[in-house]
Design a protein around this ligand. Structure first.
Ligand SMILES: NC(=O)C1=CN([C@@H]2O[C@H](COP(=O)(O)OP(=O)(O)OC[C@H]3O[C@@H](n4cnc5c(N)ncnc54)[C@H](OP(=O)(O)O)[C@@H]3O)[C@@H](O)[C@H]2O)C=CC1
Ligand SMILES: O=C(O)CCC(=O)C(=O)O
Ligand SMILES: [Mg+2]
Length: 418
């Protein structure tokens, strides 16, 4: 495809996706990246420097990444003009090059444009938001035993209230919807119909099944002991409650799970290891206290979009905060990696924040590409820098004798620890 503002590096090659969705990764793959708004300007260059160092060290120069900048958010609007926050060619590049990484993008609250982050996920149908949560020794945490938190979140990424179907209070449209609900659907429980906004929450059987299928398969491939379906199905019966039912349904239908003690919990044998995998569920409010009090009882988590958003930041806090919380947005053939945190605007351009979340997202990207040796070096570097207590402000303020580093100096400390 011919691009307008995107410059495709001449010294790189495309990653291709095979018919079984495995990747063919050349030695010099082109990886598109979005710098991101706010602290994107601080963390993205540091991520690139650390990843380049890990790849160079792991493969002695035989492999390298050809980074290709693509645009979204403020930078896209400045470059393309005409209110272009997410150019079509950005979507095209993410699809064409199969593996990419992005910094955070700003979303205004209460009005203005809808989330660019969500748009990327929905337009490209990146239906899994994968967010692993693990503890690095020496990281400051509010828990006595943060090492017991080791979970992997599968957050549904394409539906739920993130579909953005809502009508603003006071508009003709919301009046029409409220009229319809009252007159045609027999709804009597809108407490203040004259001054309500209305939102719609679509949750589907197909959307749930494809997400839970990925979570169950992940548990098999990684020899994990349980998958917990997190929902608020006691209140939202036909969306969150249905998510729970459809989750159990696919575990039984496709993975051969059988109910334990009359259900609904069920269990199946991991076909690769012979170990048991328990499929269980938890109501979201209780789950949020369970993960603090009994984290060891939870492993792989499958949940809806909004719950997954809340649970991601909450779990990240247990093991050091969103400064080191990585993630990926995945379809069957496209992978876009991104940090769990946002643009943290008050810190933008200060060379202050923790680049760890984006660097660990890139670590997931290397693993996805099969560049395991480089990924392992990134993990070693992160562990080493934290153990040496050479850390950014977010950790330093919670540690006794740590050395405070800037964002870029932390990247250098990681490289020193490879
Ligand atoms: N995927 C994405 O692109 C996302 C985008 N957003 C968007 O980002 C904007 C800001 O959102 P906001 O709610 O403030 O959430 P943020 O995640 O941007 O920041 C909240 C707080 O988290 C801490 N934090 C965030 N990033 C880091 C980091 N790299 N290192 C250390 N600490 C960090 C800071 O805490 P402290 O103040 O204690 O130092 C910060 O004030 C909004 O427009 C939102 O929509 C939000 C989430 C994801
Ligand atoms: O899109 C946004 O602005 C917020 C997204 C978010 O919080 C997340 O993906 O965790
Ligand atoms: Mg979030």
């Amino acid at each position: 495809m011919a691009y307008d503002k995107i410059i495709v590096p001449a010294d790189g090659e495309k990653i291709t996706v095979n018919s079984d969705f495995s990747l063919s990764v050349p030695n010099h793959p082109i990886i598109p990246f979005i710098e991101g708004d706010g602290i994107g300007i601080d963390i993205t260059p540091v991520m690139i420097k650390v990843i380049n160092a890990a790849v160079e060290k792991a493969y002695n120069g035989e492999r390298s990444i050809a980074w290709m900048e693509i645009y979204a958010g403020e930078k896209a609007n400045n470059l393309y003009g005409g209110d272009t926050w997410l150019p079509d060619e950005t979507y095209e590049a993410v699809k064409e090059f199969a593996v990419s990484i992005k910094g955070p993008l700003t979303t205004p609250v209460g009005g203005g444009m809808r989330s660019l982050n969500v748009a990327l996920r929905q337009v490209l149908d990146l239906y899994v938001c994968l967010r692993p949560i693990r503890y690095y020794d020496g990281t400051p945490s509010p828990l006595k035993r943060p090492d017991l938190t080791n979970m992997v979140i599968f957050r549904e990424n394409s539906e739920d209230i993130y579909a953005g179907i809502e009508w603003e209070e006071g508009t003709d449209d919301v009046k029409k919807i409220i009229d319809f609900l009252q007159k045609e659907m027999g709804v009597t429980k809108i407490r203040f119909p004259e001054c309500s906004g209305i939102g719609v929450k679509p949750v589907s059987r197909d959307g749930t099944r494809r997400l839970v299928r990925k979570a169950l398969q992940y548990a098999i491939d990684n020899d994990r002991s349980s998958v917990t379906l997190v929902h608020k199905g006691n209140i939202m019966k036909f969306t969150e409650g249905a998510f729970k039912n459809w989750g159990y349904e696919i575990a039984k239908e496709e993975f051969g799970a059988v109910e334990i003690d009359g259900g609904p919990w069920c269990r199946f044998k991991n076909p690769k290891t012979g170990n048991e995998i328990t499929v269980k569920d938890s109501i979201a409010d209780a789950f949020l206290q369970q993960i603090l009090l009994r984290p060891a009882e939870y492993d792989v988590i499958a949940t809806l979009n909004l719950n997954g958003d809340y649970v991601s930041d909450a779990l990240a806090a247990q093991v050091g905060g969103i400064g080191i919380a990585p993630g990926a947005n995945l379809s069957d053939d496209v992978a876009m990696f991104e940090a769990t945190h946002g643009t943290a605007p008050k810190y933008a351009g200060l060379d202050k924040v923790n680049p760890g979340s984006l660097i660990l997202s890139a670590e997931m990207m290397l693993r996805h590409m099969g560049w395991i040796e480089a990924a392992d070096l990134v993990v070693k570097a992160m562990s080493g820098a934290i153990k040496a207590q050479t850390v950014t402000y977010d950790f330093e303020r919670l540690m006794d004798d740590a050395t405070l580093l800037s964002c870029s100096a932390f990247g250098d400390a990681m490289i020193d620890n490879m």
